[in-house]
Design a protein around this ligand. Structure first.
Ligand SMILES: Nc1ncnc2c1ncn2[C@@H]1O[C@H](COP(=O)(O)OP(=O)(O)O)[C@@H](O)[C@H]1O
Ligand SMILES: [Mg+2]
Length: 381
């Protein structure tokens, strides 16, 4: 950002405050408004009113310079700004149909589903796709990958890049991985990311998983409010950054799929109404035998619909490409008990394969998946 939008050019921000802000990853006026007055108060120790004034001044200057939206905007200006929204192809016809072309910048896309449903595979695939040229459905952009479960695998990136005819070394060079060790660290990574995003032309930010660390660190009834507040902060920050820097954000959220273990609609994430209220797009991934179902659950302008996809060497793939390779597999009889439970699921054509699901990785689930008591945030809507 241009020199005149530096912090020290704001009346009321002296060298001491500037230093405190810089140390906390707030480098310019844009960062100031991304973080907002509450956080600026915490960082600097100034009183809330002063912080509000400073953030407002920053907002006015940036708005006058046309760098951010005015507080009041004409619908046509909003329309114009939304013309800058980029789309990143998923590399498949099926998921591109669901997303109407691909995942969007200036938006947060939440992918939720049970263990092994392909959330991480989807993230890896998007890391490659965003680097394609615009003609090929990408944004020539780089990636910030916040890995909180230690499931980022460069080898997968290499395989996916090769499968799409891209140079794996170049692709790996443009993915910056931040391993998050705890929820506070995960948040810190994001708070400090603004320079990195600008300097590296980051067009995709992945938080895989966005929720896991929060869930495992805050266990039990008494800590629910604190957890939701912290998670709320993280997710809002992610979505504001996506909007401010015109990048796409993908956040994953692991949920239990077994109807036996929690209450209400199994397709609703137990971890996350906070996430739900912030994400612009919410997609539910579900196992269906060897295939996967993706359902667009919540979107401002997509109809709720679902598609079938698969997982393969190329990451997320079209189901035809999976069956093309391996067509022969006996349609084993599904377990009757499960079958009955699943009857209410609305993907009838896909259920038959469930029983021949190979034993995938062990479910290594820690305390994160302890079913929560009724009255938890799962039904706090
Ligand atoms: N190289 C690969 N080729 C085909 N399928 C793969 C490959 N690697 C992983 N998978 C599939 O991805 C699944 C794991 O998906 P993952 O994205 O890790 O799930 P999660 O939703 O828990 O993040 C595996 O069970 C397997 O079916
Ligand atoms: Mg995963």
């Amino acid at each position: 950002m241009e020199a005149e939008y530096k912090l020290e050019n704001l009346a009321g921000v002296g060298p001491v405050t500037t230093k405190k802000l810089t140390d906390a990853g707030v480098h310019n006026m844009m960062d100031l408004i991304v973080r907002g007055p509450v956080e600026i108060t915490e960082i600097t120790g100034m009183d809330r009113e002063t912080a509000e004034k400073i953030v407002n001044k920053a907002r006015v200057q940036l708005a006058e310079a046309g760098l951010i939206a005015q507080s009041f905007e004409s619908a046509s200006d909003i329309y114009k700004r939304r013309q800058d929204i980029g789309k990143i192809t998923t590399g498949t016809n099926c998921l591109d149909t669901l997303f109407e072309g691909g995942i969007e910048t200036q938006a947060l896309t939440e992918v939720y589903g049970e263990f092994g449903c392909g959330k991480t595979q989807f993230c890896h695939t998007m890391c490659v796709m965003v680097q394609r040229s615009p003609e090929e459905g990408g944004l020539n952009g780089s990636v910030l990958y916040i890995d909180s479960e230690n499931t980022f695998r460069p080898e997968r990136i290499v395989t996916i890049a090769n499968a799409h005819g891209l140079d794996p070394e170049r692709i790996l060079d443009n993915i910056i991985v931040a391993r998050a060790y705890n929820s506070a660290h995960q948040t810190l990574i994001l708070e400090e990311s603004s320079n990195l995003i600008k300097e590296n032309n980051i067009k995709l930010i992945v938080a895989d998983s966005a929720v896991g660390l929060f869930r495992s660190e805050y266990l039990g009834r008494g800590t629910l409010a604190a957890r939701q507040q912290k998670l709320n902060h993280f997710v809002h920050l992610l979505s504001r950054i996506a909007e401010t820097y015109n990048c796409a954000a993908v956040a994953t959220n692991q949920v239990m799929a077994s109807p036996d273990v929690f209450f209400g609609d199994p397709t609703r994430p137990i971890g996350g109404n906070v996430v739900a209220h912030t994400s612009t797009y919410r997609v539910y991934f579900k196992k269906s035998g060897k295939k996967r179902i993706a359902r667009m659950v919540d979107s401002p302008h997509h109809p709720e619909e679902e598609v079938l996809f698969a997982l393969g060497a190329a990451g997320v793939i079209d189901p035809e490409d999976a069956t093309a390779k391996k067509a022969k597999k006996p349609a084993a009889a599904a377990k009757p008990a499960k079958k009955a439970k699943k009857a209410k699921d609305d993907a009838p054509e896909a259920e038959a394969g469930s029983a021949d699901e190979p034993p995938e990785e062990e479910r290594v689930e820690g305390p994160t998946d302890v079913p929560e008591p009724p009255g938890g945030e799962g039904e706090a809507e």
